[in-house]
Design a protein around this ligand. Sequence first.
Ligand code: ZN
Length: 116
Amino acid sequence: MGLSPRQRAEAAEIAAELARIARSGKVLQGSIVTRRTHCGRPGCKCMADPPEPHGPYFQWTRKITAKTVGRWLSPEQAEEYRSFVDNDRRLRELLGRLEAIGLATLEADPRTRRKT
Ligand SMILES: [Zn+2]
């Protein structure tokens, strides 16, 4: 089945962005989180009124099967790798749009049996 001109244009647009991200090689699964902690030691600034927590500390985390794995990052790393994580998210969005085109093509195919 053929794609409509509009779908073809959208696929080309997606391909260009996919290629741009792939060429950068800057793709990282998971997320980067900011943590501020309270150590609980009496007299520490984190227990003062108002409390001043420790940090911020930065952590990259990702899920491997059911387990979350993490690495501590320097503030500089956190800033740098945030774009890697954003790129990964964008790749998934773009793949989702491609899959939607495939689904629309199948649904529009006259040979596809109607749901009953
Ligand atoms: Zn403390």
